[in-house]
Design a protein around this ligand. Structure first.
Ligand SMILES: [Mg+2]
Length: 249
Protein backbone atom coordinates (compact mmCIF):
# COMPACT_ATOMS: atom_id res chain seq x y z
CA UNK A 1 0.00 0.00 0.00
CA UNK A 2 1.12 3.54 -0.78
CA UNK A 3 -0.01 4.85 2.63
CA UNK A 4 -2.44 7.17 0.86
CA UNK A 5 -6.21 7.24 1.36
CA UNK A 6 -8.17 8.88 -1.48
CA UNK A 7 -11.69 9.95 -0.46
CA UNK A 8 -14.09 10.86 -3.26
CA UNK A 9 -17.41 12.62 -3.07
CA UNK A 10 -19.75 11.12 -5.70
CA UNK A 11 -22.29 13.58 -7.22
CA UNK A 12 -20.63 16.21 -9.45
CA UNK A 13 -17.25 14.72 -8.56
CA UNK A 14 -17.08 11.15 -9.86
CA UNK A 15 -20.20 11.65 -11.99
CA UNK A 16 -20.99 14.91 -13.81
CA UNK A 17 -24.39 15.52 -12.22
CA UNK A 18 -26.51 14.84 -9.14
CA UNK A 19 -27.56 11.17 -9.27
CA UNK A 20 -30.97 11.79 -7.65
CA UNK A 21 -31.78 14.55 -10.15
CA UNK A 22 -30.59 12.39 -13.03
CA UNK A 23 -32.93 9.52 -12.11
CA UNK A 24 -35.86 11.89 -11.48
CA UNK A 25 -35.32 13.69 -14.80
CA UNK A 26 -34.95 10.48 -16.77
CA UNK A 27 -38.10 8.97 -15.25
CA UNK A 28 -40.18 12.16 -15.53
CA UNK A 29 -40.63 12.51 -11.76
CA UNK A 30 -38.80 15.80 -11.24
CA UNK A 31 -41.91 17.99 -11.02
CA UNK A 32 -43.58 15.75 -8.48
CA UNK A 33 -40.41 15.60 -6.39
CA UNK A 34 -40.06 19.39 -6.19
CA UNK A 35 -43.76 19.78 -5.35
CA UNK A 36 -43.22 17.62 -2.26
CA UNK A 37 -39.77 18.91 -1.31
CA UNK A 38 -40.91 21.94 0.74
CA UNK A 39 -42.57 19.61 3.25
CA UNK A 40 -40.11 16.69 3.30
CA UNK A 41 -36.37 16.25 3.72
CA UNK A 42 -34.47 15.36 0.56
CA UNK A 43 -33.29 11.82 1.38
CA UNK A 44 -36.57 10.49 2.86
CA UNK A 45 -38.39 12.03 -0.11
CA UNK A 46 -36.02 10.33 -2.53
CA UNK A 47 -36.74 7.00 -0.82
CA UNK A 48 -40.45 7.72 -1.17
CA UNK A 49 -40.00 8.56 -4.87
CA UNK A 50 -38.33 5.19 -5.43
CA UNK A 51 -41.51 3.63 -4.04
CA UNK A 52 -43.60 5.83 -6.34
CA UNK A 53 -41.51 4.83 -9.35
CA UNK A 54 -42.12 1.18 -8.49
CA UNK A 55 -45.88 1.70 -8.07
CA UNK A 56 -45.98 3.52 -11.43
CA UNK A 57 -44.61 0.39 -13.05
CA UNK A 58 -40.94 1.38 -13.37
CA UNK A 59 -38.84 -1.75 -12.95
CA UNK A 60 -35.49 -1.99 -11.25
CA UNK A 61 -34.00 -2.92 -14.64
CA UNK A 62 -35.22 0.39 -16.08
CA UNK A 63 -33.62 2.30 -13.20
CA UNK A 64 -30.38 0.36 -13.73
CA UNK A 65 -30.40 1.29 -17.44
CA UNK A 66 -30.91 4.95 -16.53
CA UNK A 67 -28.03 4.77 -14.04
CA UNK A 68 -25.75 3.21 -16.66
CA UNK A 69 -26.32 6.30 -18.84
CA UNK A 70 -25.28 8.72 -16.07
CA UNK A 71 -22.72 11.19 -17.49
CA UNK A 72 -19.23 10.27 -16.27
CA UNK A 73 -15.97 11.47 -17.78
CA UNK A 74 -13.87 8.44 -18.85
CA UNK A 75 -10.75 10.18 -17.52
CA UNK A 76 -12.23 9.86 -14.02
CA UNK A 77 -12.47 6.10 -14.52
CA UNK A 78 -8.78 6.18 -15.55
CA UNK A 79 -7.95 8.25 -12.46
CA UNK A 80 -9.70 5.74 -10.16
CA UNK A 81 -7.92 2.80 -11.83
CA UNK A 82 -4.56 4.59 -11.65
CA UNK A 83 -4.92 5.51 -7.96
CA UNK A 84 -5.91 1.92 -7.18
CA UNK A 85 -3.06 0.39 -9.15
CA UNK A 86 -0.59 2.75 -7.41
CA UNK A 87 -1.64 1.16 -4.12
CA UNK A 88 -3.95 3.83 -2.69
CA UNK A 89 -6.90 2.96 -0.45
CA UNK A 90 -9.99 4.41 -2.20
CA UNK A 91 -13.22 5.36 -0.40
CA UNK A 92 -16.41 7.20 -1.27
CA UNK A 93 -18.18 9.46 1.21
CA UNK A 94 -21.44 10.69 -0.28
CA UNK A 95 -25.02 11.60 0.49
CA UNK A 96 -26.10 9.85 -2.71
CA UNK A 97 -28.13 6.64 -2.76
CA UNK A 98 -25.94 3.55 -2.17
CA UNK A 99 -27.71 1.55 -4.91
CA UNK A 100 -27.11 4.38 -7.43
CA UNK A 101 -23.42 4.62 -6.52
CA UNK A 102 -22.79 0.88 -6.66
CA UNK A 103 -24.70 0.41 -9.93
CA UNK A 104 -22.77 3.19 -11.68
CA UNK A 105 -19.37 2.04 -10.39
CA UNK A 106 -20.06 -1.58 -11.36
CA UNK A 107 -21.12 -0.50 -14.84
CA UNK A 108 -17.76 1.25 -15.32
CA UNK A 109 -15.86 -1.71 -13.83
CA UNK A 110 -14.39 0.17 -10.86
CA UNK A 111 -16.53 -0.94 -7.91
CA UNK A 112 -13.77 -3.25 -6.67
CA UNK A 113 -11.28 -0.33 -6.60
CA UNK A 114 -13.06 1.04 -3.51
CA UNK A 115 -12.53 -0.49 -0.08
CA UNK A 116 -15.50 1.35 1.41
CA UNK A 117 -18.56 3.34 0.33
CA UNK A 118 -20.17 5.44 3.03
CA UNK A 119 -23.55 6.84 1.95
CA UNK A 120 -25.77 9.37 3.75
CA UNK A 121 -23.22 10.21 6.45
CA UNK A 122 -22.47 13.18 8.62
CA UNK A 123 -19.36 14.04 6.61
CA UNK A 124 -17.13 15.51 9.31
CA UNK A 125 -17.81 12.65 11.72
CA UNK A 126 -16.99 10.08 9.04
CA UNK A 127 -13.70 11.72 8.10
CA UNK A 128 -12.75 11.87 11.77
CA UNK A 129 -13.62 8.19 12.16
CA UNK A 130 -11.49 7.22 9.17
CA UNK A 131 -8.60 9.36 10.43
CA UNK A 132 -8.76 7.79 13.89
CA UNK A 133 -8.86 4.33 12.37
CA UNK A 134 -5.84 5.00 10.20
CA UNK A 135 -3.78 6.68 12.89
CA UNK A 136 -3.55 3.24 14.50
CA UNK A 137 -2.06 1.83 11.26
CA UNK A 138 0.75 4.36 11.01
CA UNK A 139 1.06 7.63 9.18
CA UNK A 140 -1.34 7.86 6.24
CA UNK A 141 -2.08 10.78 3.98
CA UNK A 142 -5.51 11.80 2.78
CA UNK A 143 -6.47 13.21 -0.59
CA UNK A 144 -10.06 14.49 -0.54
CA UNK A 145 -11.98 15.28 -3.74
CA UNK A 146 -15.33 17.08 -3.70
CA UNK A 147 -17.44 19.90 -5.09
CA UNK A 148 -20.28 20.86 -2.74
CA UNK A 149 -21.09 22.74 0.46
CA UNK A 150 -21.23 19.39 2.27
CA UNK A 151 -17.58 18.76 1.46
CA UNK A 152 -16.39 21.83 3.38
CA UNK A 153 -16.78 20.29 6.84
CA UNK A 154 -14.55 17.26 6.07
CA UNK A 155 -12.08 19.62 4.36
CA UNK A 156 -11.60 21.35 7.72
CA UNK A 157 -10.59 18.03 9.28
CA UNK A 158 -7.71 17.47 6.87
CA UNK A 159 -4.21 17.95 8.25
CA UNK A 160 -1.22 19.86 6.85
CA UNK A 161 0.16 16.67 5.35
CA UNK A 162 -3.12 16.00 3.47
CA UNK A 163 -4.46 17.30 0.15
CA UNK A 164 -7.77 18.88 -0.79
CA UNK A 165 -8.94 18.78 -4.41
CA UNK A 166 -12.01 21.04 -4.78
CA UNK A 167 -13.74 21.24 -8.15
CA UNK A 168 -13.22 24.71 -9.65
CA UNK A 169 -16.26 27.00 -9.95
CA UNK A 170 -18.33 24.81 -7.60
CA UNK A 171 -19.46 25.73 -4.03
CA UNK A 172 -16.60 23.99 -2.17
CA UNK A 173 -14.03 25.90 -4.20
CA UNK A 174 -15.71 29.22 -3.30
CA UNK A 175 -15.88 28.30 0.40
CA UNK A 176 -12.22 27.29 0.42
CA UNK A 177 -11.24 30.59 -1.25
CA UNK A 178 -13.23 32.61 1.28
CA UNK A 179 -11.94 30.71 4.32
CA UNK A 180 -8.52 29.61 3.10
CA UNK A 181 -6.96 30.30 6.53
CA UNK A 182 -9.14 27.52 8.01
CA UNK A 183 -7.84 24.89 5.56
CA UNK A 184 -4.66 23.17 6.68
CA UNK A 185 -4.34 20.77 3.72
CA UNK A 186 -2.55 21.60 0.48
CA UNK A 187 -5.22 22.72 -2.04
CA UNK A 188 -5.24 21.78 -5.74
CA UNK A 189 -8.27 22.61 -7.89
CA UNK A 190 -9.52 20.74 -10.94
CA UNK A 191 -12.19 21.61 -13.49
CA UNK A 192 -12.87 18.37 -15.39
CA UNK A 193 -11.99 14.69 -15.62
CA UNK A 194 -8.71 15.36 -17.41
CA UNK A 195 -7.48 17.79 -14.77
CA UNK A 196 -8.71 15.54 -11.97
CA UNK A 197 -6.69 12.65 -13.38
CA UNK A 198 -3.57 14.74 -13.97
CA UNK A 199 -3.58 16.40 -10.55
CA UNK A 200 -4.48 13.25 -8.59
CA UNK A 201 -1.87 11.04 -10.27
CA UNK A 202 0.75 13.77 -9.88
CA UNK A 203 0.08 14.08 -6.13
CA UNK A 204 0.14 10.30 -5.63
CA UNK A 205 3.39 9.91 -7.56
CA UNK A 206 4.94 12.79 -5.64
CA UNK A 207 3.95 11.20 -2.32
CA UNK A 208 5.21 7.74 -3.36
CA UNK A 209 8.50 9.31 -4.51
CA UNK A 210 8.74 11.22 -1.20
CA UNK A 211 8.22 7.98 0.73
CA UNK A 212 10.95 6.27 -1.24
CA UNK A 213 13.34 9.09 -0.38
CA UNK A 214 12.39 8.90 3.29
CA UNK A 215 12.53 5.11 3.42
CA UNK A 216 15.85 4.93 1.62
CA UNK A 217 17.43 7.68 3.66
CA UNK A 218 17.50 5.73 6.95
CA UNK A 219 19.79 2.87 5.90
CA UNK A 220 21.84 5.26 3.77
CA UNK A 221 22.59 7.39 6.80
CA UNK A 222 23.85 4.41 8.82
CA UNK A 223 25.99 3.16 5.92
CA UNK A 224 27.28 6.69 5.31
CA UNK A 225 28.35 6.94 8.91
CA UNK A 226 30.49 3.85 8.49
CA UNK A 227 31.94 4.61 5.07
CA UNK A 228 32.02 8.37 5.34
CA UNK A 229 31.94 8.74 1.56
CA UNK A 230 28.33 8.52 0.27
CA UNK A 231 26.43 11.82 0.60
CA UNK A 232 23.39 11.82 2.91
CA UNK A 233 20.20 12.80 1.12
CA UNK A 234 18.59 15.86 2.67
CA UNK A 235 14.83 15.08 2.73
CA UNK A 236 13.99 18.53 4.13
CA UNK A 237 14.70 20.11 0.73
CA UNK A 238 11.94 18.10 -0.99
CA UNK A 239 9.75 20.65 -2.75
CA UNK A 240 5.96 20.44 -2.41
CA UNK A 241 3.66 21.15 -5.36
CA UNK A 242 2.86 24.84 -5.77
CA UNK A 243 -0.40 25.67 -4.01
CA UNK A 244 -3.68 25.62 -5.94
CA UNK A 245 -2.11 25.36 -9.39
CA UNK A 246 -3.52 22.92 -11.94
CA UNK A 247 -1.02 20.44 -13.34
CA UNK A 248 -0.73 20.38 -17.11
CA UNK A 249 0.94 17.79 -19.32
MG1 LIG B 1 -21.01 16.39 -4.74
Amino acid sequence: MAGIVVVFDFDSTIIECDSDNWVLDETGFTEKFYELLPTTLWNPLMDRMMGELHSEGKTIEEIVEILKRTPLNPRIVHAIEAAYSLGCDLKIVSDANMFFIETILKHHGVRNCFSEIIANPSYGVIIERIQNLLSTEGKKKFIYLGDGNGDFCPSLKLKESDYLMPRKDFPLSDLVSKDSNKIKAEVHGWKDGEELENVLVHIINKEIEGNKINNNSTPKISIDCKLGSIPIMDTTTYQPLPKALPVRH
